[in-house]
Write a protein that binds this ligand. Structure first.
Ligand code: TYD
Length: 208
């Protein structure tokens, strides 16, 4: 049976994941693939409801484990309703953030034990793991400046301190070291078109 590939984009605020995800979709379609562009938190109607709780500026402040459980509830729905059916019908799925964001934000930065994170993920994941994870690497100062230029009310996470964002960057680089077979670090401080070209090369060499 033809099975689609699963590509995730990760990185700190303002790294340009959303823009690059759209370029990836365009590129894969030009290669004749069916492509589904999706995001976390969100990506299915139920998960989008939970997203509203998590990213709205006025949201309640949960402890880090509760926050992880909410991201996980959204992720489970996203996997069941969107990601898994698409992959099974041969569609390539491009996802703006996924489980690595939980490892970094709730794990490395907010100290939920990695063992708890992975145990729960293994239980809910239906065996889904990315075939390729692109980690868009950017210094927090540059990333936050870019993020602030966008007008959005979904700013609860962007209000965190610079030190928090430095932790985030370090966390993603840590993941890249731990999973070199599926993760590629991309310099996200380059020009948008340069980043796009690099990503296309990576996709061609890893997935075609
Ligand atoms: P989003 O609005 O998509 O932000 P960005 O444009 O930076 O991708 O995501 C909302 C926030 O949720 C973002 O700051 C990262 C955070 N997040 C987690 O803390 N854990 C997770 O598992 C995920 C998927 C996101």
């Amino acid at each position: 049976m033809v099975h689609g590939k699963f590509i995730t984009l990760e990185g700190g605020e303002g790294a340009g994941k959303t823009t690059q995800a759209a370029y990836i979709k365009e590129f894969l379609q030009s290669r004749g693939k069916h492509v589904l562009l999706t995001r976390e938190p969100g990506g299915s109607p139920g998960a989008e409801l939970i997203r509203g709780l998590l990213v709205d500026g006025a949201a309640y402040s949960w402890d880090a484990l509760t926050e992880y459980l909410l991201f996980t509830a959204a992720r489970r729905d996203h996997i069941l309703k969107t990601i898994k059916p698409a992959l099974e019908e041969g569609t390539w799925v491009v996802c703006d953030r996924f489980y690595d964001s939980s490892i970094v934000y709730q794990g490395y930065a907010k100290y939920v034990s990695l063992e708890i994170l992975t145990t729960i993920y293994d239980f809910i994941s239906e065996g889904i793991t990315p075939d390729l994870t692109l980690i868009l690497n950017i210094t927090p100062e540059v990333g936050l400046m870019r993020a602030h230029k966008r007008s959005s009310h979904e700013d609860r996470f962007e209000k965190m301190s610079l030190q928090f964002h430095q932790e985030i960057r370090k966390g993603f680089l840590e993941i890249a070291k731990d999973y070199p077979e599926r993760c590629v670090v991309v310099n996200a401080e380059e020009e948008e078109s340069q980043i796009r070209d690099t990503i296309i090369k990576v996709i061609l060499s890893h997935l075609f």
